[in-house]
Design a protein around this ligand. Structure first.
Ligand code: ZN
Length: 196
């Protein structure tokens, strides 16, 4: 599948930044991509949700429900569910455990699609699959705006769709060419925010 969104779409709104970044993993990278700035414009978020909805509905029949992990998946999951005309629930982390938000429940046999902003390793997504399937629901497909996993489907054999696949090089501090060039390093998204 060709990418439904281009990296240009993210660059244009500042969601994709060039520089020298210290990632949360401790690795260094010359690129940083995050979806929050992209989703900060509701019309863009709605468009991305509609694209995900079309892609996943094409891959998976008879979806009952969309579930996303908070915080990253909230906006895009909600927009996807809106485009599909389906209800939307979310999970959160409580004391380190992935749980459905208090008051939410799934029922046995319910066919669920999980929607994320970015899939990097897929680890937290797999935790969501586990808790939903422990309650008897069936995770029938997965989708994200961005796939950074370098694997076309980290959830195989379940169907997975992403609007954009990217793989930026990362290095340890010792091997980082940007460090070698003396480029100052920043934490991603740490541009100063004006207080009002
Ligand atoms: Zn570096």
């Amino acid at each position: 599948m060709s990418d439904a969104l281009g990296l240009d779409d993210f660059t244009a709104c500042g969601s994709h930044q060039h520089g020298h970044f210290l990632l949360s993993s401790g690795l260094h990278s010359g690129d940083y991509l995050q979806c929050a700035l992209y989703l900060a414009e509701p019309r863009r978020a709605a468009r991305a949700g509609a694209l995900i909805a079309a892609a996943i509905a094409d891959a998976v029949p008879a979806i009952d429900l969309v579930v996303s992990p908070a915080m990253g998946g909230l906006i895009i999951g909600h927009e996807t569910a809106r485009a599909l005309g389906l209800p939307f629930l979310f999970t959160e982390r409580a004391d380190g455990e992935m749980v459905l938000r208090r008051g939410f429940a799934v029922t046995p046999g319910q066919r669920i699609v999980i929607v994320e902003d970015v899939v990097t390793t897929g680890k937290s997504t797999r935790e969501v699959i586990e808790i939903l399937e422990a309650d008897g629901a069936v995770v029938v497909g997965l989708a994200s705006m961005v796939n950074r996993s370098a694997n076309p489907n980290p959830f195989d054999p379940k169907p997975y769709r992403a609007l954009l696949g990217v793989s930026f090089p990362t290095w340890s501090a010792d091997d980082c060419p940007l460090c070698a060039d003396g480029v100052p390093i920043a934490k991603p998204g740490s541009r100063p925010i004006k207080k009002t």
